[in-house]
Write a protein that binds this ligand. Sequence first.
Ligand code: DOR
Ligand code: ZN
Length: 345
Amino acid sequence: MKTLSIRRPDDWHLHLRDGGVLAGVIGDTSRHFGRAIIMPNLVPPVVTTEDAKAYRERIMAAVPAGDRFEPLMTLYLTEHTQADDVEEGKKSGLITAVKLYPAGATTNSHGGVRDLDKVMPVLERMAKIGLTLCVHGEVTTPEVDIFDREAVFIEEKLEVIRRRLPDLKVTMEHVTTKEGVDYILGADRNLAGSITTHHLIINRNDILVGGIRPHYYCLPVAKREHHRQALRKAATSGDARFFLGTDSAPHVDPLKECACGCAGIYTSINTMSCLAHVFEEENALERLEAFTSLNGPAWYGLPANDEMMTLEKREEAVVYPSKIDTEAGLITVFDPKFPLHWAVR
Ligand code: DOR
Ligand code: ZN
């Protein structure tokens, strides 16, 4: 049997939610991942260090007994965020990054940033203290086509932020375009990007051909095939600037399967099987560890996990549930549309 041993992976972009959903999904992450950067877009969002502390406690209380898991907390940047609070959060060791959601870009982002000038004092402080800005890189201007939102954000917003604050470390989260990949490759420092599992597997046809498939709808929305190919090349290249951020984003089925369905794909449970498949297809299995377990911690200035994970390629396909059952309702699991033979031992 073919096996592969890698350092235990981390997830550098994860939605855990709260309450019944949190309780239902946390085990799927803590089973495989040592750490995860936790997104703050709850209702209401996690805006202060105090909010993050309380949320961290709720997460830790939900981790199944026996699992070793460390949530890395983020703050949701608003036009009212206080630089001193952010600095205190970083100094106390609680806060790993601050998240910029352009207002209206995605789920629970209405409290996000409309005017970048208003958050400049906070960004300046972050540059000074070495705290990373995680960016949902899409403009929300109604005139801009949804498939162009990322490319336009890079040109009109990200480039401006980075010119004004060259010392600010920026993670371009869930990169979905060739323009995003090229922008990261062209930066000499202080820029890296996370890539999701699903954007390596689906393109926009998967959402729209033969009927609307709400369980493949996420934001940034999946793009054309050549973008998916660029993402695969970047993820499997071993380049230290690219690492895994699943953006696993659970929504209960009624909120996905309706006239105005939520964005988000739930991948925590089968991500490692999917990624091993993708990396094998790209003849890059020896670089899976860099993507899932080494590049992310290096970027965030943390050691790689001590523990190892072994993946094995089985004759029989590994079967994951098509849905998970939570106190809040059923959540559909990402279907990669190919059989998965790599299993986590
Ligand atoms: O698909 C997404 N779902 N993209 C995001 O940016 C947010 C996320 C969520 O919170 O559901
Ligand atoms: Zn996300």
